[in-house]
Write a protein that binds this ligand. Structure first.
Ligand code: PMV
Length: 342
């Protein structure tokens, strides 16, 4: 009855070309490839103590407080990854987890949380002699994907690509790969997350992904996403910020237009989301700044700008964007280098 203890810090990420829709012929296989900036400050710290035993037992705490409602999701995750590491369903888990971002900020913790747990499990597999260092991150990414698709991209920095695409060498539907062939402007790009709405989403990502099956625009979307991956790769290398803005904002609005044209249709943006977008557009028109936005599956706005503009962008947030955030809340973040053992 050996006991193992390990701890990882894993970041959140923000997709630029979005994953929305899963193929029906597999578990967590994306309908199109996606690419994201790995974040630096928004992260989950997880300490796992695992004791071998015949049955599966899970105990989980968030910020020191018992969170039994996380157990079903973790149990489902462990069962899904048990074909890779059968030992995972024979043990007692004590999972201690904390997020660097506020608990009820409306920021999804599934990418950082699932990737941190996947990395901890891979550490145990390595100690048991079941996993080599060469495929450590790839395997962690595969496990993370089975927990939450976007989590697969969080283990790497500065960017992660998930989903097979001919322009990205080594890319796969089963795990994400690191992407770092980027112009220096993007290596420390800033992302201030404007917390427009901190509450629970009305429709989960799981439900949203499912609604893409039979969606009237699905096929056209998958073709577009594929082309956008090709286009964005060139932009990331050249540092062409005008092209970056056009592609990234179009991706964000396309994601939300897919939600609005689902059956049943739904809207995750709030009126403040649109006000922030309009303020960014007005600023860009007036001053020619190279600032833009993206959205994930929620109402919050990710405000993206180059590190060199940080001071001016912060002034703009304070003067013009903060008023649209719930209790004036936002989180400054920037591109980070991926997960680390702690
Ligand atoms: O990983 P999931 O199932 O929560 O889906 C994430 C989907 C988006 O955040 C909207 C896009 C993406 O690629 O991260």
């Amino acid at each position: 009855m050996t006991t193992y203890t390990t701890a990882w810090k894993s970041p959140s990420n923000i997709a630029l070309v979005k994953y929305w829709g899963k193929r029906p012929d597999g578990i967590q296989i994306p309908s199109n490839a996606s690419i994201s900036f790995t974040l630096n400050n928004c992260a989950t710290n997880t300490t796992l103590t695992f004791t071998e035993q015949d049955n599966l037992e899970i105990e989980v705490s968030l910020e020191g407080k018992d969170e039994p409602e996380f157990i079903p999701k973790i149990e489902q995750f462990l069962k899904r990854v048990s074909h890779i590491f059968p030992f995972v369903i024979k043990g007692r888990y004590s999972i201690d987890t904390s997020n660097s971002f506020p608990h009820s900020s409306g920021i999804a913790s599934s990418a950082s949380g699932m990737s941190a747990l996947a990395l901890c499990i891979c550490d145990i597999a390595k100690e048991k002699g079941l996993l080599s260092e060469e495929v450590f991150l790839q395997t962690a990414s595969e496990l993370a994907r089975l927990g939450s698709g976007s989590a697969s991209r969080s283990v790497y920095g500065p960017m992660g690509v998930w989903g097979e695409h001919s322009d990205f060498e080594g890319s796969s539907d089963n795990y994400a790969v690191e992407y770092s062939e980027i112009h220096k402007v993007f290596t420390d790009y800033c992302d201030t997350i404007l917390l427009v709405h901190k509450g629970q989403k009305t429709v989960s990502s799981t439900v949203g992904h499912d609604l893409i099956n039979g969606h009237p625009f699905a096929e056209a979307r998958f073709v577009q996403a594929k082309e956008n991956m090709t286009e964005l790769r060139k932009i990331l290398q050249s540092g062409n910020l005008d092209a970056f803005i056009a592609l990234v904002e179009s991706e964000a609005l396309t994601l939300h237009s897919l939600m609005m044209s689902s059956n049943p249709y739904f809207i995750l943006m709030k009126s403040e989301t649109l006000k922030v977008i309009e303020a960014i557009w007005a600023k860009r028109k007036k001053d020619g700044v190279k600032w833009c936005f993206t959205l994930d599956a929620g109402a919050n706005v990710h405000f993206l700008y180059p590190q060199a503009d940080k001071e001016a962008a912060i002034q703009f947030i304070e003067r013009e964007l903060k008023q649209y955030c719930e209790n004036g809340a936002f989180i400054h973040d920037e591109v980070g280098m991926g997960a680390e053992r702690i």
